[in-house]
Design a protein around this ligand. Structure first.
Ligand code: SF4
Length: 357
């Protein structure tokens, strides 16, 4: 059977040092190569110009550089750009670059597809195909940062793990990617610029707390009572609001980090004043802020965006109750790049596709 050539990007620095020691190379050589891979985003060994030709050839014999590539991009009328990434293994995922006057945000995927089947979400209608490796998540961040520089002349200010997939069900790789993004050997970004968002896996929220998460944390709530939440998010059957409350209290006691509650608002489902009351009650359990998100309808779901009048009344109730509330207007929805819309759709026929070279 043909032996698979290992991907050099799957090694930690320490592992790379061991591999290079087998070639009789000193430790500093491993560090040089590591920087080429992560800081400088090298896609071939030939780019590593401060590494001797002999060693570069040896590396190319023994390892691949499995790096993701941008396959295509689509620009929304509001400036948001959705990208399709082809991973080293051939799987496709989407990531989104969202420029606003104050921020340059990258939204990245942690899984190809998703197993949680949230009823409002286009990704939830795809099967889970692949848990992304830490370097495949890192690649999205790295390339979106490059695109931010090229397209808008500024680097990323924020990264949100809100693309395809449930981050806490690919825990080790998500944490590994955050380590890379925040480390000096990688992009050196502050963890406070990173938000990990979950559909609500109570056990893993506690694990995050035990592991001393230093980044921002968001829970997609979308309903403040179990019956409604289970209708919208089947994961609620096994991770009830009571279990989530318990996990959030645990998380807050350990990290002292204020939690963000994401609340996508659907017409005649979770947009009444009664729903707002339940949301406020849930939000009081730990220090939190609430993001109310305008919904981007996806045809499979049957859910609709609420009316402006109902949304305004909902928000007014939250504000009068004294909770911190932000309203997130939908962005990138004309290219299916908004919240809940990522499903690898409409890449062929969309006239707004942009070049990627
Ligand atoms: S909202 Fe997130 S967790 Fe739910 S199906 Fe979509 S990608 Fe998966």
């Amino acid at each position: 059977m043909k032996q698979r050539i290992p991907n050099i990007r799957s090694f930690t620095l320490e592992e790379l040092q061991v591999k290079l020691a087998e070639f009789g190379e000193p430790k500093f050589r491993a560090k040089q190569i590591y920087e080429w891979l992560w800081k400088r985003g090298a896609g071939s060994f030939d780019e590593m110009t401060n590494v001797g030709k002999g060693l570069r050839e040896k590396l190319a014999e023994h390892f691949t550089i499995g790096k993701a590539e941008i396959e295509a991009g689509q620009r929304s009328g509001d400036g948001t750009i959705k990208y399709m990434f082809r991973l080293a293994g051939g799987q496709l995922v989407e990531g989104v670059l969202i420029p606003t006057p104050k921020r340059m945000t990258a939204c990245v995927s942690s899984q190809a597809g998703c197993s949680l089947s949230c009823k409002f979400c286009a990704t939830g209608f795809l099967d889970l195909k692949h848990n992304l490796h830490h370097y495949e998540i890192y690649d999205q961040v790295y390339m979106l940062n490059q695109r931010a520089m090229e397209e808008f002349g500024k680097p990323l200010s924020n990264i949100v793990y809100m693309g395809m997939g449930e981050p806490l069900l690919n825990y080790r790789n998500v944490m590994g990617s955050i380590d890379m993004v925040t480390s000096e050997a990688g992009m050196g970004m502050s963890p406070k610029r990173i938000t990990v968002s979950t559909a609500g896996v109570a056990k893993m929220i506690k694990k995050l707390a035990d592991d001393g998460a230093r980044f921002e944390f968001a829970l997609s709530l979308h309903a403040g009572n179990d019956d409604k939440r289970s209708q919208v998010m089947p994961i609620n059957d096994s991770n009830s609001l009571e279990a989530l409350k318990d996990a959030l209290i645990y998380f807050y006691e350990k990290t002292h980090t204020r939690i963000t509650l994401e609340y996508c608002i659907f017409k005649d489902v979770n947009d009444s004043i009664e729903d707002a009351k339940e949301l406020v009650a849930f939000s009081r359990i730990v220090p939190s802020k609430i993001n109310v998100i305008e919904y981007n309808p996806v045809p499979e779901s049957g859910f609709q965006n609420t009316t402006n009048r109902r949304m305004d009344a909902f928000i007014q109730y939250l504000e009068q109750a004294g909770v911190i509330v932000n309203v997130r207007r939908s962005r990138g929805k004309d290219v299916d790049g908004g919240c809940g819309q990522l499903a690898l759709k409409n890449w062929d026929e969309t006239p707004s596709s942009i070049g990627t070279s």
